[in-house]
Design a protein around this ligand. Structure first.
Ligand code: SAM
Ligand code: SF4
Length: 353
């Protein structure tokens, strides 16, 4: 590795590149707690064509200038290194990932990386009507789509401008081309869309969709909303059982944070993601790559390792793999919300959920 300082870890841990341990490359990467980390959530941009109230503040958002974002070539280098380190599943997110130029070609190239077995995308679906077919053809396996309300006026308010008809068109297009199984996500905010959970859950009665209710997390820019607005999954389940009778528990798929249930007789499933009231850190298998090239070690902590600096200083594929393995090794056990430790550096739109 070059003599130049190639590593920056923000903000808590400084690593001297000259003293980076050498990680064994024969086996997939594990963290210091023995967890196998094989799922990388990749933010393609911090920009978005919506401004959801639980994700971005109404004013004051600043977006990264283009030269700060990883180029496609840099991103593919990171993903090849991650695949060598044992990452198998990639999720494209943002900001809004469909705003990334050349998305279709990028997916085609990611699909060709040896070791990458599955590519999913989380999207607001505004651009999916046209893109679903080409994305599927390029190798995208499936999508998660955010839809917080079935009422066009409320949807527009919660997303600060989103068009619900376009989202539905995107969902139908994804369904038609086979970006399935489709998972729909709603962040439930008290006083905004919590009166709709029974109708949202009803979408799973006739369709084989999974509808996932997410607790609001206190990310930078929306922490106030999270304090007042969080509704626990337990409370939601109570409300749904009052409407539908006892939900059938389906357990948890491996390392999937959603606890899954079924409305009796329904074709689809419900999922509850309770990051705040019932964290799932013990089975965490994921890490995040920000659009500006930092490995973000835990969604709700600030620790990061700067891959972009290394790459722009000439790091080779093997060197980037070592950095990825190091980031995995130093991944924190879990978040610190119960002790009052809040993330301060980035908002959700910069991290990708
Ligand atoms: N723009 C895409 C979308 O909305 O689906 C992808 C990026 S978005 C940041 C990824 C996920 O994070 C979405 O499901 C969104 O609902 C969720 N999200 C955003 N802010 C959140 C918050 N404060 N707490 C919990 N989930 C949040
Ligand atoms: Fe955009 Fe997704 Fe954030 Fe909404 S949740 S503002 S769609 S990045």
């Amino acid at each position: 590795m070059s003599e130049k300082p190639m590593l920056g870890v923000i903000p808590l841990t400084f690593v001297n590149p000259a003293r980076l341990p050498t990680y064994e490359t024969a086996a997939p990467a594990r963290d210091s707690f023995g967890r196998r980390i094989d799922y990388l959530r990749v933010s393609l941009t911090d920009r978005c064509n919506m401004r959801c109230v639980y994700c971005m503040p109404a004013v004051g958002m600043q977006f990264a200038p283009r030269p700060e974002l990883l180029t496609n070539e840099e991103l593919l280098l990171v993903l090849r290194a991650a695949a060598k380190a044992g990452f198998r599943k990639i999720r494209l997110t943002g900001g809004e990932p469909t705003l990334r130029q050349d998305l279709v070609e990028l997916i085609r190239q990611i699909k060709a990386i040896p070791g990458i077995e599955h590519i999913a995308m989380t999207t607001n679906a505004l651009r999916l009507r046209k893109l679903a077919g080409p994305l599927k053809e390029a190798g995208l396996d499936r999508v998660n789509i955010s839809i917080d309300s079935l009422d066009p006026v409320k949807f527009r308010q919660m997303t600060r401008g989103g068009n619900l008809d376009e989202v539905w068109a995107g969902i139908e297009a994804a369904n038609e081309v086979g970006l399935t199984p489709i998972k729909l996500n709603a962040v439930v905010v008290r006083g905004m869309n919590d009166d709709e959970v029974v109708q949202l859950a009803a979408l799973t009665i006739e369709r084989k969709w999974e509808f996932r209710f997410i607790e609001v997390m206190p990310l930078t820019g929306v922490a106030g909303l999270a304090n007042e607005g969080v509704i626990s999954s337990a409370e939601l389940i109570e409300r749904l059982e009052a409407a539908y009778g006892t939900l059938e528990p389906l357990g948890q798929a491996d390392s999937d944070p959603a606890r899954r249930y079924r409305i009796p007789g329904a074709k689809g499933k419900l999922g509850f993601i309770s990051s705040v009231t019932d964290p799932f850190c013990a089975t965490c298998n994921r890490m995040r790559l920000t659009a500006d090239g930092r490995l973000h070690l835990c969604l709700l902590r600030d620790d990061e390792l700067d891959l972009r600096a290394a790459i722009r200083n000439g790091a080779t594929l093997d060197e980037v793999e070592q950095l990825v393995r190091h980031a995995v090794y130093i991944k924190p056990w879990g978040h610190g919300l119960p002790e009052g430790v809040l993330p301060t550096l980035r908002g959700m739109s910069q991290l990708g959920g």
